[in-house]
Unconditional design. Structure first.
Length: 354
């Protein structure tokens, strides 16, 4: 049984990009209208939109807006490189941002010297393709991953790797959706995911909408859940996967992988091939975004830690490849991810695109 249509993360309408303001969920449903590329950059930085694939798609539309701005100002395509660089820097860990921007830059390069209006139209077409491909990719990830989920499974997930983190359907949550759609009985434990509570606010909302039985727990509950035998498998998304399989995802993911290893429970990562970064050798090369310490010293705008305390707020951590049981991608499953396996997957993905 499926519930109401999931909320739309983003859409393009009449020359603007509309982003569901995820900071307000689940209490309020409001879309932020982005009329300029700077609006899109601000929305990504401020986490109106978040989740690696969703920010990649948003940045692609940001480039459409940038081309239109250049067109109106008659400044040519020179400034578009600067806009791409600014968008790239808006959140440094998720490689999907860079991946989507590269696709847009290829279009710009191929248009050098041509009429600017045509360039905007071509960029809009590319951004729309990136959006549509993201949803179909997630459905394929779901189909491959569902095979790993036994009927009756108790699943632990972290952060939000659902429809809200993508253009639709989701990666880790897409696998859970696909398994539920096959009629499997599931129970999902979801970490609240401090400090921004993507689990408690967003994943909880998606699971309720899907009518999949779900239980919210604090992040520090994980050890107890494993030792009480309540978890059969863990599934999370990813922001960047290095060439050797080391994976960056929301802070707290590494703790779950260590616990899963200790308790011999499968730990799965679900992500599109665009999250694999062959240019980064291993996890040490992945830039970890540090966010404002105020996110942890305050709660809902109210100070909870005493003034004067130092706080450290990295948004992601690295799970070493050896702790990952399998990577679930649109091109198939990769058990025990390693350099050669990832190269094979990327080559397979390129072949399928031809
Ligand atoms: O800081 P966020 O909310 O953008 O972090 C999101 C995550 O860590 C997700 O797990 C990841 O982007 C995968 S989303 C399909």
């Amino acid at each position: 049984m499926s519930g109401p249509e999931p909320l739309q993360t983003l859409y393009w309408k009449e020359d603007s990009l509309y982003l569901l303001d995820q900071r307000l969920l689940p209490g309020r449903i409001r879309y932020r209208q982005c009329r300029t590329s700077a609006d899109v950059g601000a929305a990504i930085r401020e986490m109106t939109v978040r989740g690696a694939p969703a920010i990649g798609v948003s940045a692609a539309f940001g480039m459409v807006l940038a081309a239109r701005e250049a067109d109106r100002a008659g400044t040519g395509t020179g400034g578009l490189k600067r806009t791409a660089a600014a968008l790239r820097g808006s959140r440094p860990t998720a490689v999907n941002l860079d991946w989507a921007l590269r696709r847009m830059e290829r279009i710009i390069e191929s248009f050098a010297g041509d009429a600017a209006g045509e360039l905007s139209a071509a960029l809009l077409e590319e951004a729309r393709s990136i959006l549509a491909e993201d949803i179909s990719t997630n459905r394929r990830i779901g189909a491959h991953g569902a095979a790993l989920i036994p009927d009756g499974a108790s699943i632990l997930t972290h952060c939000n790797a659902g429809a809200l983190a993508t253009a639709g359907y989701g990666t880790a949550l897409g696998v859970i959706r696909a398994a539920a759609a096959q009629g499997k009985e599931l129970r999902v434990y979801l970490d609240e995911t401090r400090p921004l509570l993507q689990g408690a606010r967003l994943t909880a909302l998606e699971l309720i909408q899907e009518q999949i039985p779900a239980v919210l727990v604090t992040d520090s509950c994980a050890g107890y859940l494993f030792s009480a035998g309540k978890i059969d498998l863990v599934i999370v998304g990813a922001d960047r996967i290095a060439a050797n399989g080391d994976t960056a995802n929301k802070i707290g993911t590494y703790i779950l992988a260590v616990l899963a290893g200790r308790h011999r429970i499968p730990f799965y990562v679900a992500a599109p091939c665009s999250t694999i970064d062959p240019n980064v050798e291993d996890g040490r090369g992945i830039a970890i975004e540090e966010r404002d310490p105020e996110e942890i010293t305050t709660f809902n705008g109210v100070r909870i830690a005493p003034a004067g305390i130092e706080a450290f707020n990295p948004a992601f951590d690295i799970t070493p490849a050896e702790l990952i049981s399998a990577l679930i991608t649109e091109c198939g499953l990769l058990h025990r991810p390693c350099r050669a396996g990832l190269e094979y997957l990327l080559a397979k993905g390129e072949k399928e695109d031809e």
